[in-house]
Write a protein that binds this ligand. Structure first.
Ligand SMILES: [Zn+2]
Length: 264
């Protein structure tokens, strides 16, 4: 082989190497924007709205369902899971103004299980409470306040998740219930629920090391396209960590959560 051919081969190899590095850099840049990619999303909103439309008494539903108008979420990302592989930390940008945690009537918030033990408190990357129960899979999960179911989905790790939208004196909150073993019968997106309506059973689906509930509570309307803070789960994740930096720690900010309890 002559020198010329060798040089050509070297040049082509170099081009391939540079291309590969460039692609990797672009890939990493995209990841920073999206945190985690390719999660599965089960959109049952159309089914839910059909059910709501068929109901005779739609006053409350209409009011709350206005939140879901135009609701489209191309990607669902399970957030705040402590054991997720390749978890990527997101730096605070500091672009929003610092604001005080909202004062809400604490009596509206209830514990999500009848019996519970807090095993993990909120911290950066995990803006949620982890709660176990001696009943294990038999423990039923309830909303922390009255509201409307805003999401029923599972991530690509298989975690069954329900989210509930709360309207407290005109201010929107979202509670998120992760790792359920099963959904309660008859739940659907758009369904009004009270603190006594079961959402499902405690479980260990998805990235989980044992039977527990991962409970996030945030002062925004998840999946509401008009909510700039958390119209999707990436925003929810970003906003939760931003609020944590302000001293907001989800349900712990809203009420005194005991380390363990034997009744709600
Ligand atoms: Zn958790």
């Amino acid at each position: 082989m002559g020198d010329f051919k060798r040089d050509i081969i070297k040049l082509i190899s170099l081009i391939f190497a540079v291309s590969a590095v460039t692609l990797q850099i672009i890939n990493n840049m995209q990841k920073e924007d999206n945190y985690d990619l390719s999660f599965e999303y089960i959109n049952i909103k159309d089914m839910a709205q059909t059910k709501v439309a068929n109901k005779s008494e739609t006053t409350t539903e209409d009011l709350m369902n206005s939140v879901f108008t135009g609701y489209t979420t191309p990607e669902i990302v399970e957030v705040s899971l402590p054991n997720a592989k390749g978890f990527q930390e997101v730096p605070f940008t500091g672009v929003r103004k610092i604001e005080k945690a909202p004062e809400v009537p604490k009596r509206v918030w209830y514990l999500p299980t009848e019996i519970g033990n807090v095993t993990q408190n909120p911290h950066y990357g995990h803006v949620a409470l982890d709660i176990t129960s001696p009943r294990g899979y038999n423990e039923l999960i309830f909303p922390v306040a009255n509201g409307v179911i805003s999401g029923i989905y599972r991530d690509n790790a298989g975690a069954l998740i329900v989210t509930v939208l709360h309207d407290i004196d005109g201010k929107k909150f979202t509670s998120q219930y992760v790792h359920l073993s099963s959904y309660a019968n008859g739940i659907y997106v758009g369904k009004p629920v009270t603190i006594n309506d079961c959402l499902g059973r405690m479980g260990s689906t998805g990235y989980s090391t044992g039977v527990h509930l991962h409970l996030a509570l945030l002062d925004c309307a998840l999946f509401d396209p008009n909510d700039p803070n958390c119209r999707d789960l990436n925003g929810f994740f970003r906003y939760a960590n931003y609020r944590l930096g302000q001293g907001y720690s989800g349900l712990g900010t809203m009420m005194a959560v005991p380390g363990n309890w034997t009744q709600r």
